[in-house]
Design a protein. Structure first.
Lengths: 135, 134
């Protein structure tokens, strides 16, 4: 246990420093699971779509993204995927990086990268879906 | 364990790769994390794809050419394997979350199944891609 052996001599403060409630994390735990379940379906769809798109050219790809169903599912994949990525990478950073400043910097960089890429990718999808392609 | 000292004391860190005796469940756990890391990088390929699509036919052709090169195909195969492994690993975790599959035997079996699934599914998908089956 993180509290160490000689529990008798520990003050309530020292116990709290080592074992206190994190006050957050339940939301992240649930978010990780909800996104996992969604991604099971989205990823299977994405792999089969990638298979279809792998042999098609620009016009076919733009047309594919012009379908509201495809655009919606790809947008969901991107939003849910980048959210799941941010949570997962946060866990890795918190597991292995002990130095507070380095840890905070990496967590911040992780959040910026994931939220930034999510926004950029969604905008690209919408631009093609709304201005190009058929249907 | 670090002794209590005034003020902040070193926080406990998770064990690293080196601290484990090899077992398939340990390998499966590490693969889940490593494949997640690979997917983290790989997702930016999707961002690149949408950027190429937005940029027009020429840029799209260049991007698909890069993905079609031997290096691109190698990366994409690894990406596929990471997707399928992480999918299987995620399903194992979801099963554990509802209290299923905790026995040592079940954990070992599902670990081997995840590895087998990742290899088989990747080969099937790439077989379909190269043979033009969609």
């Amino acid at each position: 246990m993180a509290s160490g052996g000689s529990g008798v001599y520990r003050t309530p403060l020292s116990r709290a420093r080592g074992m206190g409630a994190a006050k957050s994390g339940v939301g992240r735990f649930i978010g990780e699971r909800v996104t996992s379940v969604a991604l099971v379906f989205l990823v299977i769809w994405a792999v089969s779509s990638a298979l279809t798109l792998s042999k098609s050219g620009y016009a076919d790809a733009a047309h594919w993204l012009g379908s509201p169903i495809n655009a919606a599912l790809l947008t969901l994949l991107v939003i849910v995927g980048f959210f799941h990525m941010r949570v997962g990478m946060s866990v890795i950073i918190e597991d292995y990086i002990g130095k507070p400043v380095t840890r905070a910097a990496l967590l911040l960089a992780n959040a910026f990268a994931c939220w930034g890429a999510m926004a950029l990718t969604v905008i690209c999808i919408l631009k093609v879906a709304l201005t190009g392609g058929g249907l | 364990m670090a002794q209590a000292s005034p003020g902040a004391r070193p926080r406990p860190l998770s064990p690293h790769l080196m601290n484990w005796r090899w077992h398939v469940t340990m390998a499966a756990s590490i693969f889940t994390r490593v494949s997640g890391g690979a997917l983290y990088v790989g997702m930016f390929l999707l961002t690149g794809w949408t950027l190429a699509l937005v940029s027009g036919a020429d840029a799209y052709g260049v991007y698909m050419g890069l993905l079609g090169s031997w290096l691109g195909q190698l990366v994409l195969f690894g990406f596929t394997a990471a997707i399928f492994y992480h999918l299987a690993g995620g399903l194992r975790h979801l099963a554990w979350d509802i209290g299923k599959g905790w026995s040592k035997e079940a954990a070992s079996i599902s670990a081997w199944m995840s590895i087998a699934f990742a290899i088989l599914a990747s080969l099937i998908v790439w077989g379909m891609a190269t043979m033009g089956v969609h």
